[in-house]
Ligand binder design. Sequence first.
Ligand SMILES: NC(=O)c1ccc[n+]([C@@H]2O[C@H](COP(=O)([O-])OP(=O)(O)OC[C@H]3O[C@@H](n4cnc5c(N)ncnc54)[C@H](OP(=O)(O)O)[C@@H]3O)[C@@H](O)[C@H]2O)c1
Length: 350
Amino acid sequence: MNTEAGKTALITGASNGIGQELAKLFAKDGYNLVLIGRNDDKLQQLAEGFEQDYGVQTTVIAKDLSRENVAEEVYNEVTGRGLTINVLVNDAAVSTYGKFATDTDWEREKALIHLNVLTLTHMTKLFLKDMVTRNEGKILQLASLVAITPFPLMAVYAATKAYVYNFTQSLNNELKDTNVTVTALLPNATDTNFFREAGAPQLNVEDQLDDPAVVAKDGYDALMSGKLKVIPGGAMNKAYEVMAYTMPQETLAGMMRHYNTPKEESEREKESSSTTSAWALGLGIAAAVVAGVALVTAYNNADALTRARYRYKATKLKYKANSVLDDAKEALVDSWDKVKHNVQNATTTA
Ligand SMILES: NC(=O)c1ccc[n+]([C@@H]2O[C@H](COP(=O)([O-])OP(=O)(O)OC[C@H]3O[C@@H](n4cnc5c(N)ncnc54)[C@H](OP(=O)(O)O)[C@@H]3O)[C@@H](O)[C@H]2O)c1
């Protein structure tokens, strides 16, 4: 469908993951593209494909966006070519992995802050000014669900995403009398190169990764309708938002730490103690409460047919809650058996 022929979208981080999926959606809708990343070959290959498949014009700018003044270089290159940017997507970002005090490298963290914060802010400033002058334009900022939760072992990354989210919401207010919109996209963990690029081993969070194509589509739709923010994916991701604003920060940090822990480490811990089961029980109950609250709110605002569907969902939720309680019972019996066994052993040795 060629709905936006002649308009141009600039996408950073277009060579992979969510950015690549977003570029495809823009191309499908007839946007000309400016594709940015470090991997020139990959970007050229994608550009060729978009030109052939969708008949759009593409410009590739291969640059390391974590360098000093790089946003200005991009802006000068784009305007020098006579291009007007109607949509800016600030997608490129990286993380490090490990404990801030002892594991991670400061030079990588400095580059990360430069890319995720400084370049994003400067790109926004340069292109937003022109959009406001034209009184037309849209910006999509890649934040994350960890913008609203602590994320141990990726502490600096999470802090940069909190910046992006907060920055975006303030801009939205400043722009409310214009036709320019800024949308924050807050994905949950998504199936891209992100965790490997951060240097993380296989993590618990990778058991439940979202599809980058779905994340991009939800972000794209929200951007097009000028929403302030969007949490892509299913109801569980929306429930995380409620949890983020209602759970005590310390509990939330513990939960997020578990997600960001290497799978191998968790497997070992599971074998030696029942703490993970108890923790998982807490999360299960919290999720059930959040889902219950969401269901009641939706039920109260629904028509008769939808209410019947919600009653069905509520029954399923009840079964889930029962199964969580069964797990709890098993976990308790299991740890009681372990304690009994240890006491018996201790008595025999004494
Ligand atoms: N995956 C997740 O779980 C997740 C969850 C929430 C939010 N997000 C956010 O979604 C966005 C996209 O991440 P992704 O998951 O799609 O990761 P990804 O697959 O690793 O893609 C990252 C993109 O950023 C580009 N990039 C990285 N460093 C760069 C640099 N110094 N200069 C220029 N470009 C650079 C990469 O291109 P080159 O390699 O060609 O430079 C790549 O195209 C990020 O803002 C991330 O924070 C991701």
